[in-house]
Design a protein around this ligand. Sequence first.
Ligand SMILES: Nc1nc2c(ncn2[C@@H]2O[C@H](COP(=O)(O)OP(=O)(O)O)[C@@H](O)[C@H]2O)c(=O)[nH]1
Ligand SMILES: [Mg+2]
Length: 170
Amino acid sequence: MRIQKKICLVGNDGVGKTSIVVRFTKGTFSNSYLVTLGVDFYEHTFSKPSAKSEKDDQLIIQIWDLASQISFATMRSQYLSFSNFVIIVVDYNRITNEFIQPWIDDIRKHAGEDVPFLIALNKTDILEPENAEKIVKELEARYNMKVFPTSAKTGDNIREMFAYIANSLW
Ligand SMILES: Nc1nc2c(ncn2[C@@H]2O[C@H](COP(=O)(O)OP(=O)(O)O)[C@@H](O)[C@H]2O)c(=O)[nH]1
Ligand SMILES: [Mg+2]
């Protein structure tokens, strides 16, 4: 069995969307800032033993890294409308509602009411990582959604987050 699913990453400029996907698909990290124009595509394949055949089942996820600029709003809304899961990336060092709620509204409007999403609370390696657990719990309660504290720099929790998403998409 081969299934293909699409995942979109959204979030304000500079929160680490590109870094998260590059860490996950290539295993690398760069301190330099690479501006995403429009959309970048990445792919990753998950495999697990099949119940019915000798061949492993495969889940191919296409990851769309969407630019946050207003000028790409139309393009973003089209990609969102085709997505099966959305990751909202938020910078752990500057958490405010305006970095979260507009993205939830955008997803609801363009991806539809049923498309699942979660928050990647990224850059936990910078300030007070020891408080992350408490902040994650607060955000989960406030927005009623799953929150993964991540670091694209150290790689912390990146694989776990994509594995969680893959599990929900099989
Ligand atoms: N310390 C730290 N820096 C990060 C992390 N993720 C991204 N960055 C840096 O933040 C900046 C913006 O990252 P980028 O992936 O281009 O953000 P995007 O605009 O959301 O795609 C770059 O300088 C990255 O090196 C992280 O987890 N920890
Ligand atoms: Mg980017």
